[in-house]
Design a protein around this ligand. Structure first.
Ligand code: PEP
Ligand code: MG
Length: 564
C-alpha cells in the first residue's frame, strides 16, 4: 500500500490508465534511436489525428469549428517549423527538446504580433507542440469520447484543465505523484465527486499500465493489484459511506443552526454551470464561489461576452433566487491558459495572477464585467474580486465595473440598479488592512487556500512540505479573527470559500470566530450542517478564544477535540 494526501473522498477500484508523459518517456525513449525518423512519425501521426478530429468536429459542431484544425494541419507542413526542428536534431538535440525549443520560439514570435488573428495562432502552435510531444513520448491521449471501460488515472500530476474535462462516468478516480490538497485538480475532483489521492511518493515507479488499483480518497491510500480481501474491505467501507450520505440527505432542507440558535449560511463552490443541480441536491443555500476561470480553459481562444453571459446567467438563474457570488477571472498560479500568453514566472503563485492580470488587461476584464452586469438581471448576483492586496486595486476594479455599466446602459440594456461587490481576503496584507478594505465593499470571503500558503509560507502544491500546510495554525486563526472583527465592526458580513470552510475539525473554531457564511464543495455541505447542529455557539466562542491564545496547530487540534 502507498500513502498520499487524501484529496477527494470515495473509494474506487479499477484498471489503471497511465497519463504521465514523463513515465512514458522513460519507457519509450531510447528505444527510438533515430530521432529524425521519430519526428517524421510524430508529424504523420499528428496529421492523421487532426484529420480524424476535423471530421468528427465538423459533423458534431459544424464547419466553422472544424476549420481550426485546417490551420494546424498546414502548420505541420510549414518549413518554418519543420526545417529548424530537423536542423536542431542534426545538431544532436533530442527530438522532444527540439520540438519544445522551436515551438517556444515560434509561439513568442506570434504572441508578439500586432495583428490579433496572428497573435491567436500562438495557441495553435502550443497545441501542435503538445500533440507532437505526446506522439514522441508515446503517452496516450485522453480522449474520453472513445474510452470504453471506466479507468483510474495515474499521473505525475493533472492540470486543472485536464481535471475539468474528466468525465465521472469514465474516470472512477485518480492518483497522482505530485499535488496538494488545495491544488485546483484536487478541488475539482471534490466538486466532480471523483475519489482522488494526490502527492503519493513513489507512485509512478510502482505502477504499470494495465495494473488494477484501489484508491481510498478519504484515507489517502493506494493499493496496487489488491487481493480480494482488500477489495472486499474497500467495498464495505464504500457501502457504509453511501449509507451515511443517504442518512444525511434528510438534513437537506433544514437550516444550519446551532443548539443555541445561532444560524449560519452554507453555500457551494462551483466551477461550471453543470455543477448547480448537484449544489441544490446537497442543500446549498447559495453559491459562495463560482470559479469563472474554468470556462476559459480547454479551448484556444477567449470566450466572448455572449458566451460568458450565457454561463453566468445559467448559474444565477439555476439557483432560483438564492445568492450567487461570481468571482472574476483568477488565472495564474496552477491555472495556466496557453492562449493568454502569460509569461512563465519563477513564482507563479506570487506573480501576475487574478485581479492583477485583469487590471493590466482592461479590455479582457471589461468583457467579463459586462457579461456579469447582464447576468445580474436573472437572480441574486454578487461580484467578487480575487487576490486583492491593495486598496487601489479595489477602487480601480470598482471603477471598471461602473464603466461597464455605463457602456451597457448607453447601448440600451436594462440592468440592475446595483450589484453587491466583495473581495477575497487571501493575502495577509489584505487581512491586516481589513478595516480599510471593509469601507470599500459589501462583503469579504476568506480564501483560506491562498491565505494559508502565504501566511505560513508553504506552497499549496508541494507535497514535500504538506505537513506544514496547517489551517489550524494560530497565525492563520488570528488573521481570520482580525478580518471577521474588522468587517463586523462596519456591519459587513464575512464568508469563507477556501477548503478550510468544509473541514469538520475547523468548523467549531470558524463558528466561534463569527464566520457568517461557509462555502465548500457541495459534497461536504450536509456533513458540515450535521456538525453545526450538534454545536453550541457559546462553547465555540470560548473555544475560539482559547485557540487564539496558543502557539501551535497541535494545541489547537487538542482543544477542538476536547470540545463536546
Ligand atoms: C482560496 O484561495 O481559498 C480560494 C478559494 O481560491 P482558489 O483556491 O481558487 O485560489
Ligand atoms: Mg485563491
Amino acid at each position: 500500500m502507498l500513502t498520499g494526501i487524501a484529496a477527494s473522498p470515495g473509494i474506487a477500484v479499477g484498471k489503471v490508465l497511465l497519463v504521465s508523459p514523463e513515465l512514458d518517456r522513460q519507457e519509450t525513449h531510447g528505444v527510438q534511436d533515430d530521432q529524425q525518423a521519430a519526428f517524421q512519425q510524430a508529424l504523420t501521426a499528428s496529421k492523421n489525428e487532426l484529420m480524424a478530429l476535423r471530421q468528427r468536429v465538423s459533423v458534431q459542431t459544424g464547419e466553422a469549428a472544424a476549420a481550426v484544425f485546417d490551420a494546424q494541419m498546414l502548420m505541420l507542413d510549414d518549413p518554418n517549423l519543420v526545417n529548424p526542428v530537423c536542423q536542431a536534431i542534426d545538431d544532436g538535440v533530442d527530438a522532444v527538446q527540439a520540438v519544445e525549443k522551436i515551438t517556444q520560439t515560434l509561439t513568442a514570435l506570434f504572441a508578439g504580433m500586432e495583428n490579433s488573428y496572428m497573435r491567436e495562432r500562438a495557441a495553435d502552435i502550443n497545441d501542435i507542440s503538445r500533440r507532437l510531444i505526446r506522439h514522441l513520448t508515446g503517452s496516450p491521449q485522453l480522449d474520453w469520447t472513445e474510452m470504453n471501460d471506466p479507468v483510474i488515472l495515474v499521473a505525475q500530476d493533472l492540470t486543472p484543465s485536464d481535471t475539468a474535462q474528466l468525465d465521472p462516468c469514465k474516470v472512477l478516480g485518480f492518483a497522482t505523484q505530485s499535488g496538494g490538497k488545495t491544488s485546483h485538480s484536487a478541488i475539482l475532483a471534490r466538486t466532480l465527486e471523483i475519489p482522488a489521492v494526490v502527492g503519493v511518493p513513489g507512485l509512478l515507479a510502482e505502477i504499470k499500465g494495465g495494473d488494477v488499483i484501489g484508491i481510498d480518497g478519504e484515507a489517502g491510500e493506494v493499493f496496487i493489484n489488491p487481493d480480494p480481501a482488500v477489495v472486499n474491505r474497500l467495498q464495505q467501507k464504500a457501502a457504509i459511506a453511501a449509507r451515511l450520505r443517504e442518512e444525511l440527505t434528510l438534513l437537506r432542507d433544514h437550516p444550519a443552526i446551532t443548539q443555541d440558535g445561532h444560524r449560519v449560511e452554507l453555500a457551494a463552490n462551483v466551477g461550471h454551470p453543470k455543477d448547480i443541480p448537484m449544489a441544490l441536491a446537497h442543500g446549498a443555500e447559495g453559491v459562495g464561489l463560482y470559479r469563472t476561470e474554468f470556462i476559459f480553459m480547454g479551448r484556444t481562444q477567449l470566450p466572448d461576452e455572449e458566451e460568458q453571459y450565457q454561463a453566468y446567467r445559467t448559474v444565477v438563474a439555476g439557483m432560483k433566487g438564492k445568492p450567487v457570488i461570481i468571482r472574476t477571472l483568477d488565472v495564474g498560479g496552477d491555472k495556466q491558459i496557453p492562449y493568454l500568453n502569460m509569461p512563465s514566472e519563477a513564482n507563479p503563485f506570487l506573480g501576475w495572477r487574478a485581479l492583477r492580470m485583469c487590471l493590466d488587461r482592461p479590455e479582457l476584464f471589461k468583457t467579463q464585467l459586462r457579461a456579469l452586469w447582464r447576468a445580474g438581471c436573472h437572480g441574486m448576483l454578487k461580484i467578487m474580486f480575487p487576490m486583492v492586496s491593495q486598496l487601489a486595486e479595489v477602487r480601480l476594479a470598482k471603477e471598471l465595473l461602473a464603466q461597464a455599466r455605463e457602456e451597457l446602459l448607453s447601448e440600451g440594456y436594462q440592468l440592475p440598479e446595483r450589484i453587491p461587490v466583495g473581495i477575497m481576503i487571501e493575502i495577509p496584507a489584505a487581512a491586516l488592512i481589513a478595516d480599510q478594505l471593509a469601507r470599500e465593499v459589501d462583503f469579504f470571503s476568506i480564501g483560506s487556500n491562498d491565505l494559508i500558503q502565504y501566511t505560513i509560507g508553504v506552497d499549496r502544491m508541494n507535497q514535500q512540505i504538506s505537513r506544514l500546510y496547517q489551517p489550524l495554525h494560530p497565525g492563520v486563526l488570528r488573521l481570520i479573527a482580525m478580518v471577521i472583527e474588522a468587517a463586523h465592526r462596519q456591519d459587513k458580513w464575512v464568508g469563507m470559500c477556501g477548503e478550510m470552510a468544509g473541514e469538520l475539525q475547523c468548523v467549531p473554531i470558524l463558528l466561534g470566530l463569527g464566520l457568517d457564511e461557509f462555502s465548500m464543495s457541495s459534497g461536504n455541505i450536509l456533513q458540515v450542517k450535521h456538525r453545526i447542529q450538534t454545536l453550541s455557539a457559546e462553547h465555540c466562542r470560548n473555544l475560539a478564544a482559547k485557540c487564539l491564545a496558543v502557539g501551535e496547530a497541535e494545541e489547537v487540534r487538542r482543544l477542538v477535540e476536547s470540545l463536546k
